[in-house]
Design a binder for this molecule. Structure first.
Ligand code: LLP
Length: 429
């Protein structure tokens, strides 16, 4: 597949053919809407890989997991909760390739007991994991996640390689890790490298060389190599989709050379999160105030960093579009003047700004003139949107809606105020 430009309209009336106004009326705001068609398209882009293992941390709603499962994707889990979600969405725990892989740098006690109870394949990111699994389940097959000594991500906070990163087994310790696995009678069948999230092709390509070198160190027990995730996705006008075919070619060549070396077949896995779901997601918000503060005009919407934390965490850019409410003249909404605005949320914290750059600097964005009560859609919000949301300021979690073949399905209802206090109690003294 060749790289293609994504679409970034400033005025939006529908998502996958469903009017946004209708979605807001039916489900309220803020609401995450996922367009299933986009997810299916993205998973098909990656069909050349033997296994597409979805990194569910990007968006772990059961309906999204189920959709991806039905498209043939397998799943990654990084916690007991993600294992529980994978099981609830119908992924079986055992099999070859393993439908669920637990990837982490530690076992907390709950995840270790779930892994053992269900015989879930483990990708070990520390020598301690090898030891703890080996003690409880000798004879298992394992994957090792290696930190190759370099990394790259869209932000320093999403760079998972190099010595500043806590992730993986340090590349110089691979032989030691292999000896540890041997001592516990664990067979190293998989090798996994993931250098960061939202990286680029140039950096990702370097991983192939590291894989080749490290895989030779592991030797003939290997049956699977994993390229990890990290594929970028277009977030703003001008950004194109990554050349997946070129990426596959690089990995396939690496795989072929290793196959020749080992004299047996190797399975090639990829483990994307963002690439599969980011573009499918839209956060529908309502503009509740339009106010001027000196040189800045603010659109204040009813979603905040409790719903989408990427801008405050990474200075991440999300495209936004306005949904006109029919207040326009005969030329229609396209004739609305553009103005430079700052978009913020409802939280009691100055950093609750969607248009900010890394370091917390408020930035202006050109958006159509808007009135209170109109809807603003924050786009590219399918990955690390809902899954990173919180109850800060005692805000309920948003609703999630999946658009499937022109129909809108509520796949998670908005959290109720009573639910915010579930599990709490006041001691009786
Ligand atoms: N595999 C492993 C082992 C990972 O740690 C991650 C992401 C992925 C796969 C998927 O990466 P992706 O394909 O989505 O780039 N919250 C940040 C991203 C943190 C990603 C952490 N690990 C963000 O919103 O950009």
């Amino acid at each position: 597949m060749t790289a293609s430009a994504a679409e970034f309209p400033l005025i939006r009336t529908e998502i996958a053919g469903v009017p946004v106004i209708e979605l807001a009326r039916r489900f309220g705001t803020p609401t995450f809407v996922y367009d299933a068609r986009r997810i299916v398209e993205r998973v098909r882009d990656l069909a050349a890989f033997d296994v597409v293992r979805y990194a569910q941390k990007a968006c772990s709603n059961l309906a999204v997991l189920d959709l991806l499962r039905r498209q043939g994707a397998l799943v990654d889990a990084v916690s007991a909760g993600e294992i529980a979600r994978a099981l609830a969405a119908g992924f079986r725990p055992g099999g070859d390739p393993p439908p669920i892989v637990y990837t982490a740098d530690i076992f907390d006690r709950e995840s270790l007991s779930l892994v053992l109870a269900h015989g879930i394949h483990v990708n070990c990111g520390s020598p301690e994991m090898i030891e703890q699994l080996g003690r409880e389940a000798p004879g298992s097959d394992v994957t090792l996640r290696i930190n190759p000594g370099f990394g790259h991500g869209h932000s320093q906070k999403t760079n998972t390689g190099g010595e500043q990163s806590k992730h993986g087994i340090w590349h110089e310790d691979l032989l030691e890790a292999l000896r540890l696995a041997d001592r516990h009678n664990l067979r190293v069948t998989g090798l996994h490298l993931h250098i960061g999230s939202g990286s680029d092709l140039e950096h990702l390509a370097q991983v192939c060389h590291a894989m080749e070198r490290l895989a030779r160190e592991v030797g003939r027990t290997l049956t699977t190599i994993s390229a990890g995730g990290g594929l970028p996705t277009p977030y703003r006008p001008g950004e194109t989709r990554v050349d997946v075919a070129a990426y596959y070619r690089l990995w396939n060549e690496t795989r072929r050379r290793l196959e020749e070396h080992f004299g047996h077949k190797l399975r090639l896995e990829i483990e994307p999160g963002r690439y599969l779901v980011a573009e499918s997601g839209y956060l529908i918000t309502e503009i509740r105030a339009v106010k001027r503060m000196g040189r800045n005009l603010f659109y204040l919407v009813d979603a905040g960093f409790n719903n989408l934390a990427r801008p405050i965490l990474y200075g991440a850019y999300h495209h936004m579009s306005l949904v006109p409410q029919g207040l326009d003249g005969p030329e229609g909404p396209q004739s609305r003047p553009l103005q430079r605005v700052v978009v913020g949320g409802p939280l009691c914290e100055s950093g609750d700004i969607f248009t900010q750059t890394e370091g917390g600097f408020v930035a202006q964005r050109e958006l159509p003139a808007a009135a209170v009560g109109e809807l603003l859609v924050i786009e590219g919000a399918g990955a690390y949107g809902f899954t990173m949301s919180s109850n800060y300021n005692a805000k309920p979690l948003a609703a999630e809606v999946l658009l499937l073949e022109g129909r809108a399905h509520l796949v998670r209802r908005r959290q109720l105020l009573e639910e915010l206090m579930l599990g709490e109690s006041i001691p009786s003294v």
